[in-house]
Design a protein around this ligand. Structure first.
Ligand SMILES: [Fe+2]
Length: 295
């Protein structure tokens, strides 16, 4: 059914997590090799020993320090098997670990602040010329929203040929491609900027959502008493020829889940404060992006 289950929605059958997890796994397999290049290969034994050794030692320390029992060890094994069976590895890794990888990557990235990609990006979405309206249903619920801005290089040069790949949930917290409600491609698209790197995007304001509560990642989150919520956000991949692609998200001022994002992806620099345009309920926000030239 969905990977974006609202907390207010009753739990669904276990098959919901299996379906959503399988989509996320399939998407990770199909898309990420094109997006970020091939996965690391030709492993350096020293690097493996250092990184894997440190990770294992962290787990061993938790076992020692907290006197983990055989019952808990066996429960851990069952949980790991469930993560595999439901295809939730992309979800679990992107929610609980990707933000640290992103922070490491950001140490060497100039330009606009970025954040995690998450598990819900999909390749091959609608290509749109600015000004653009994201594909949506005739009666798409939610507050009409306009996002406008310009993509420049770190020296201020406008980047003709820049693209802004955007995806976000609908007004009920559902992602197309991962939930049964929105049709394929809903509220997803790749906007081509004009020759000054400017873009104008018409969409609907997204809603906060929880990670799926019917699968092992959500169950572990709730067992720990942690919030499963993500604040409302718009995902973006901002790209231009000769420049390092920016992966980011934009949040909304006043969101009750800001500062308590289960994915630890929200940052103050990424918060929008949309204002009424005077055209009914419509709101507008401005956001420029600065990309770093590839060396
Ligand atoms: Fe998201």
């Amino acid at each position: 059914m969905t990977t974006t289950e609202h907390q207010s929605v009753p739990p669904t059958s276990p098959s919901a997590a299996v379906t959503a997890g399988a989509h996320a796994t399939e998407s990770a397999r199909a898309g990420l090799s094109n997006l970020r290049g091939p996965a690391a290969g030709g492993a350096d034994p020293q690097r493996v020993a250092t990184v894997v050794g440190a990770a294992l030692e962290g787990i061993r320390a938790a076992i020692r320090d907290h006197e983990v029992t055989y019952a808990e060890f066996d429960a851990f094994k069952q949980w790991l098997i469930a993560v595999s069976d439901t295809g939730e590895w992309p979800l679990f890794l992107d929610v609980y670990l990707e933000h640290e990888v992103e922070k490491v990557a950001a140490r060497s990235q100039q330009g606009s602040v970025g954040t995690i990609l998450g598990p819900f990006w999909l390749p091959d979405q609608a290509q749109l010329d600015s000004p653009a309206t994201l594909p949506m249903r005739e009666d798409e619920p939610g507050t009409p929203m306009i996002l406008v801005g310009q993509v420049t290089s770190t020296d201020g040069t406008p980047l003709a040929g820049a693209t802004v790949d955007i995806w976000h949930t609908d007004d009920e917290g559902w992602y197309s491609g991962f939930a049964s409600r929105p049709p394929a491609g809903n509220l997803r698209g790749v906007v081509r900027c004009d020759d000054q790197g400017r873009y104008e995007l018409h969409t609907r304001k997204p809603a906060p959502y929880t990670i799926p509560l019917d699968g092992p990642t959500g169950q572990m989150t709730q067992a720990a008493g942690w919030s499963p919520w993500r604040p409302a956000h718009i995902h973006l991949l901002v790209a231009a020829p000769g420049h390092r692609t920016l992966t980011s998200q934009l949040f909304f001022t006043g969101d009750p889940y800001l500062g308590n994002d289960v994915a630890s992806a929200d940052k103050p620099e990424l918060t929008l404060d949309p204002q009424p345009t005077g055209n009914g309920a419509e709101i507008r926000s401005d956001r420029d992006f600065v990309l770093e030239p590839e060396s």
